[in-house]
Design a protein around this ligand. Structure first.
Ligand SMILES: Cc1cc2nc3c(=O)[nH]c(=O)nc-3n(C[C@H](O)[C@H](O)[C@H](O)COP(=O)(O)OP(=O)(O)OC[C@H]3O[C@@H](n4cnc5c(N)ncnc54)[C@H](O)[C@@H]3O)c2cc1C
Length: 466
């Protein structure tokens, strides 16, 4: 089997190790926004018109847009930890127009509505930009687009077409000896600071009159009369409508627990680059970047000229285990450090200040699905896989349409009406993810050729990704 460029050209072990020394295991974005006001936990029995469980991007957007649709709606948001602490405060900050984890998935699964999905996604990104401006949310929003780069010869073919960049052109954008060619999608992606976005949305929600209770984990859901009773550890909320926005964490609705698996994704952040280091890279147009392996890396430059470098390993732990202990994985951080210096050898000596991990809610179709329960009184969305920064806002609109029984362009989509296949129960989940990952790894070393298992999964419309 061949080796990937990252295996053929690793930096010296001492370069990998010394760059990681002194880094802290903490999401940079959350560290960067500093201490925030934490709202008290729910300690009473209250009522509302709408209860939202989960204070990530999905819960926050749902709360804000519920108020925008009708300012009189009494909205309560319950967050088990603190707002934005999970995936929403730990991601790469690529805010993409695609609401289907890439155009290819839409074209393969829902060819007749792919164009509409594309249009709705772009409209959603435009509306995020407008909302951020309207409320003065300073989240370093830069609509720079994204570069997709080929780092192995076989990857070049898929890039040929509009916006194709030759070796010289892509390296003139960003100087990496690993780049063979590229493509620059200029309109479909904005780069942002996820911690600042989460805190900005929290501020706006409060200003619009949303009641946020932090450290208030919902423990149960029960239909009572015309409404639902949402139980927390020390209180409860009664409301006619509930939205569940709990992402990779176990759903309060048992029926959807097998529809996602929690996948750990690992990230490094460098110290700020000096003027000379920046000069050695170019990167004047500040795009996000993703390379094209099945095990891909994503990287971007921040407003303070740090580089975030994440991806590659996607780790599933037996039994859908979610545990802070999973966030410290030396092997994954060393791989990222190594691949970083293969990508940018001119930055040898640069140090990482932060390393962290976050949980992705992978679904078998790699994009969000929408579930309902208790005669439509409970609406649930999850399964964004690794692309939920922008897509959660679109999903929030779908959830609100469904909650209020509206027949809209969004609720009519097959993408919204159809459910993905669930993952099997253990031990089959573990075994099948292992098998798929082994096959994907092999394909990366084999000119991209997909084996029988991957071809069968493709034919069945099943995927595994981060
Ligand atoms: C490392 C990493 C990198 C990523 N990079 C990108 C990227 O660059 N671009 C992109 O588009 N996407 C990316 N993603 C995915 C993206 O971050 C997520 O899709 C998105 O943040 C999901 O938002 P959410 O609100 O659904 O989930 P979360 O942010 O996970 O929020 C869910 C919340 O629900 C709360 N909760 C759960 N159960 C309960 C309960 N019972 N009671 C009360 N509260 C509860 C949790 O505490 C949590 O705060 C990345 C994810 C990770 C982990």
């Amino acid at each position: 089997m061949q080796q990937t460029i990252f295996e053929r050209q690793p930096p010296a072990e001492s370069v990998i190790q010394s760059a990681l020394e002194g880094s802290v295991n903490k999401p940079f974005w959350i560290d960067d926004v500093g201490e925030q006001q934490v709202y008290p936990s729910l300690q009473a029995e209250i009522s509302a018109d709408l209860v939202i469980v989960g204070g990530g991007f999905l819960g926050l957007w749902t709360a804000i847009m519920a108020k925008e649709r009708n300012a009189a709606t009494r909205v309560v948001l319950l967050e088990g930890n603190t707002v934005g602490w999970a995936a929403s405060g730990r991601n790469g900050g690529f805010c993409e127009a695609s609401i289907t984890h890439g155009q290819q998935i839409a074209e393969r699964r829902w060819p007749e509505e792919a164009e509409k999905l594309d249009m709705l996604g772009l409209q959603n990104l435009d509306e995020i930009e407008a909302t951020v401006r309207r409320y003065g949310i300073d989240c370093d929003f830069e609509r720079t687009g994204v570069l997709t780069v080929a780092v192995e010869p076989y990857q070049d073919e898929a890039l040929r077409g509009a916006d194709y960049l030759t070796t010289a052109e892509i390296r003139a954008e960003v100087a990496s000896p690993t780049f063979l060619s590229g493509q620059w999608d200029k309109h479909g992606t904005a780069m942002l600071h996820p911690g600042k976005l989460a805190m900005g949305l929290k501020r706006v929600a409060i200003e619009l009159g949303v009641h946020i209770y932090e450290l208030s984990r919902a423990t149960g859901l029960k239909a009572v009369g015309q409404g639902m009773h949402v139980q927390t550890e020390n209180g409860s909320v009664f409301a006619p409508h509930v939205v569940l926005a709990t992402n990779a964490f176990p759903s309060l609705l048992k029926r959807y627990r097998l529809h996602t698996v929690p996948i750990y994704d690992y990230v490094l952040m460098t110290e700020p680059l000096s003027a000379a280091q920046l000069e050695s890279l170019g990167w004047k147009n500040r795009q996000g970047i993703a390379d094209m392996g099945n095990q891909f890396h994503y990287y971007r430059i921040t407003k303070s000229n740090r580089i975030l470098f994440g991806g590659y390993d996607a780790i599933y732990n037996f039994g859908r285990n979610i545990d802070p202990a999973n966030e410290e994985r030396g092997e994954s951080f060393r791989a990222l450090s190594s691949h970083f210096f293969t990508t940018f050898p001119q930055l040898t000596g640069l140090r990482f200040t932060h390393r962290w991990a976050g949980v992705i809610d992978t679904s078998t179709r790699l994009c969000a699905f929408f579930g309902k329960a208790h005669g439509g009184k409970v609406a649930h969305a999850a399964g964004f896989t690794g692309l939920g920064v922008g897509a959660t806002r679109f999903a929030a609109n779908v959830l609100l349409d469904q909650t209020y029984g509206l027949d809209t362009e969004r609720t009519r989509l097959r993408m919204v009406r159809e459910m993905p296949l669930p993952f099997p129960p253990e031990p089959l989940t573990f075994a099948s993810i292992r098998a798929a990952q082994w096959a994907l790894k092999k394909a990366d070393r084999n000119g991209g050729k997909r084996n029988l298992l991957l071809r069968a999964m493709d034919a069945a419309g099943l995927g595994f990704d981060s």
